[in-house]
Design a protein around this ligand. Structure first.
Ligand code: ADP
Ligand code: LRH
Length: 473
């Protein structure tokens, strides 16, 4: 019976359940279920509807099992990844205290100062190496009224818990809390103590590639899956899985994981926590196999998707991108990376105001967003190369944004570097390949290089050459 792997991958804008197969050339994916995701106003705050998301996951796993059955295949394991930073608080019996807050909720606006009074940001950075983002878990926890009554499970860990009954904190995502020591890869106990966070708030760590558990009987019954189906810890931070599947064939590559956010940087083996790095607000997130993603979380296609939400069904992504591509270069730009764009609502007006220009058509607003993103990418990649001492020969763009041909070309032009765009579903590929490795279908000791070579075997990519001279100054 052919072995297949189910990847549950939920981004801030949509989720999917995907079946991954290992073929002779490399992995192939079948999207069996897609569903929308987004922040919602629930009980007076911006939150995720976790109950609805879990229902979609179960529906997707049921469809995946039906599809596998129809082909005479067996789902060996399931891996779960989602966006980072957010968590659900659960009581001892596992029930959620409320729907999880979204990182876009304004509750953290006031708390960073309080946290930094207890532990100056310089010290936080020396320990965790995490860039300052007002919504990092460490600040969200400071806004919680009561941490004594339960446990905090990061969103993919919460899904894993609901599937298996096992409580763990997967390391790649733990590194986005601000509470992990970047040198040791363990929780920084003294930070918990100084900030008054119970050391037992998060369950014990688990590394990607290890088995979290098998399905709870009720989940097996509901989905029709074999109760022996494993849930494997993958790079549960979606960006960790995406970067594991960047189809790079050389060392000197940079990546942009392009979706709601743009995660822009290079892969290293040791964190960089110098004063210059802190000043440039670069982050050291943990990747699969102990790698370090040295990157900046930059503004992303949230700016565009929020505009489309405002404009309604009459303006389609395809049409507005075609119109934006026809506009001349050199139009107004904004700082697409500004915190001013984190909150939802009224995005076109906020962009026009920041641009100080009328931007009369929708296409002009879109062109402004994309020119501005390309500018941010060029600046960030130049800094990444300088701060890390690692030259960059090629930029890989993966994720939904790799389909945006205008943005890919503008990025090549602004950076002066060739851009290789795709695969779109890099995150799910990284998720599936870590499962396939754990199962032995890829070789139990396969390195990240070998994982990437497997991706290259089947990935659909497009190449964009820079069309003008490059300058980083
Ligand atoms: P996330 O994981 O953060 O939810 P995705 O990686 O799914 O994000 O990327 C979503 C983004 O991809 C959308 O906001 C949209 O801008 C872009 N995108 C999706 N489909 C296309 C397409 N056909 N052409 C251009 N851009 C696209
Ligand atoms: C992308 C992502 C990113 C985080 C943000 C909260 O989906 O996980 O890496 O910074 O969401």
């Amino acid at each position: 019976m052919t072995q297949v792997y189910a990847a549950v991958d939920i981004g801030a804008s949509s989720g999917r359940v995907i079946l991954g197969r290992m073929g002779a050339d490399g992995p192939t994916l079948d999207v069996v279920h897609r569903f929308p995701n987004g922040v919602q106003e629930i009980d007076g705050a911006l939150r995720w509807d976790f109950t609805a998301l879990f229902d979609e996951v179960l529906r997707g796993l049921t469809l995946a099992r039906e599809q596998a059955d129809a082909k005479g295949e067996r789902i060996v394991s399931i891996g779960v990844d989602t966006w980072a930073v957010d968590y659900g608080l659960v009581y001892d019996d596992g029930a959620l205290t409320s729907q999880p807050h979204s990182y876009r909720d304004s509750r953290t606006a006031e708390v960073a100062g309080t946290v930094h009074e207890k532990v100056p940001f310089e010290r936080l950075y020396e320990t965790s190496g995490l860039q300052f983002l007002p919504f990092n878990t460490i600040y969200q926890l400071a806004a919680e009224p009561n941490l004594e009554n339960g446990q905090s499970l990061l969103i993919p860990d919460l899904l894993g818990f609901r599937l298996t009954g096992e409580r763990r904190t997967e390391v790649t995502n733990a590194s986005t809390t601000g509470l992990l020591d970047a040198s040791t890869g363990n929780f920084a106990g003294e930070l918990f103590d100084t900030l008054g966070i119970p050391r037992t708030l998060f369950p014990p760590l688990i590394e990607a590639g290890n088995t979290l558990g098998t399905l709870l009987p009720a989940i097996a019954d509901h989905t029709g899956l074999d109760p022996a189906t494993k849930v494997i810890a993958v790079g549960s931070h979606d960006t960790a899985s995406a970067v594991a599947a960047v189809p790079a064939g050389q060392d000197n590559f940079a990546y942009i994981s392009s979706g709601t956010w743009s995660l822009v940087g290079v892969e290293l083996h040791e964190p960089i926590r110098t004063g210059e790095s802190r000043a440039a607000n670069f982050t050291n997130e943990r990747g699969v196999d102990g790698t370090i993603r040295y990157l900046r979380n930059c503004g992303g296609l949230w700016l565009l998707s929020e505009c489309l939400r405002e404009w309604g069904a009459e303006v389609t992504l395809e049409d507005v991108l075609a119109d934006a591509a026809a506009l001349p270069a050199g139009g107004p730009t904004i700082d697409a990376d500004s915190d001013a764009f984190i909150a939802p609502g009224n995005m076109p007006a906020r962009i026009r105001e920041a641009a100080g220009a009328a931007l009369e058509s929708e296409a002009a607003v879109v062109r402004c967003i994309l020119d501005s993103l390309a500018q941010v990418y060029a600046r960030t990649l130049a800094q990444a190369a300088e701060l890390s001492g690692r030259p960059i020969d090629v930029v890989h763009i993966v994720g939904g944004g790799s389909q945006n041909r205008l943005l890919c070309q503008l990025t090549a032009d602004a950076t002066g570097l060739p851009v290789v765009a795709g695969p779109v579903e890099a995150t799910a590929l990284g998720n599936v390949l870590v499962q396939a490795r754990a199962d032995g279908a890829l070789g139990k000791n396969a390195t990240l290089k070998e994982i990437r070579a497997a991706v290259r075997g089947t990935a659909q990519t497009s190449r964009y050459e820079p069309s003008k001279a490059f300058s980083t100054t």
